[in-house]
Design a protein around this ligand. Structure first.
Ligand code: NAD
Length: 258
């Protein structure tokens, strides 16, 4: 199931953290990978290291033309996309009463517009190629639970569940599956940045943020790892039928159980 030889995968936000780990795992499993990121130089450098024909793409997922161009280049150089991982994301920590409208819109644009634009482009290529496909949206435990100071993030991550379920229904006739991975906290730059930010908002130590906020509701007080999420993304990419579609998989040390 984890053999991706002959497959083409496009991963957004793949120059860092979770996206990078997934792209590397796909390349190691034999896929030709397009490493897409707004940080173009880092994407290019990451693709060079991954090998197996990987290419770096300069892509701001909120920009329709950049998304379309990136998918067109991928099709030209690697072939039509079989696997999309819509993963690019940021975090902004602020109480609703202090949140700037521009920050609300930026969060929704990256997480929601980005998922829509990349899913639409991937689906078009998948339908034209007639080989089915796997669309994976990067949700979060925050697709199912809320936390203080993360209103646009929680709203967007909940929204991805609805998008994936709709993609699953519309894609089924063409054997296109759509699922959401919902990680717990993984120690990436996105999380490292918010530990001091949350400590400030809550008036507690950074150690308490980790122990009593981030990992409080897990079954064992452990962070989820990059490997945990890469393994899940490999499983979803390689799954062979429409039996597993429209779902969200929580990989969070039991932070939330559904
Ligand atoms: P990260 O900061 O390590 O990586 C995010 C990447 O996205 C960066 O390379 C960044 O340049 C890129 N990016 C940002 N804006 C972009 C844009 N407009 N277009 C294209 N690329 C853009 O973060 P991460 O922790 O690896 O997060 C990846 C995804 O996983 C996000 O969607 C995040 O919400 C989700 N997630 C992370 C955690 C966690 O604990 N780290 C938990 C649950 C979900």
């Amino acid at each position: 199931m984890n053999d991706l030889k002959g497959k083409v995968a496009l991963v957004t936000g793949a120059a860092s953290g979770i996206g990078h780990a997934i792209a590397a795992a796909y390349a190691a499993a034999g896929a030709r990978v397009a490493v897409a990121d707004i940080a173009a130089d880092k994407a290019e450098a990451a693709a060079q290291v991954m090998g197996n024909g990987a290419i770096g793409l300069a892509m701001d997922v909120t920009d329709e033309a950049q998304v379309e161009d990136g998918f067109a280049r991928t099709a030209r150089e690697l072939g039509p996309v079989d696997i999309l991982v819509s993963n690019a994301g940021i975090q902004i920590i602020a109480p609703v009463v202090d949140l700037a409208f521009a920050d609300w819109k930026r969060m929704l644009a990256i997480h929601m517009d980005g998922a829509f634009l990349t899913s639409r482009a991937a689906m078009r290529q998948m339908i034209a190629a007639g080989r089915g496909g796997s669309i994976i949206l990067m949700g979060s435990a925050h697709s199912h639970v809320a936390s203080k100071f993360k209103a646009p993030y929680v709203a967007a991550k909940h929204g991805l569940l609805g998008l994936a379920r709709t993609l699953a229904k519309e894609g089924a006739a063409n054997r296109i599956r759509a699922n959401v991975i919902c990680p717990g906290f993984v120690r990436t730059p996105l999380v490292e940045k918010q530990i001091p930010e949350q400590a400030k908002e809550l008036g507690i130590s950074e150690e308490d943020v980790v122990r009593n906020v981030m990992l409080r509701d897990t079954v064992d007080g452990e962070f989820t790892t990059l490997q945990d999420i890469a393994d899940t993304a490999l499983f979803l990419a390689g799954f062979g039928s429409n039996a597993l579609t429209g779902q969200s998989l929580l990989v969070s040390h039991g932070w939330h159980m559904q």
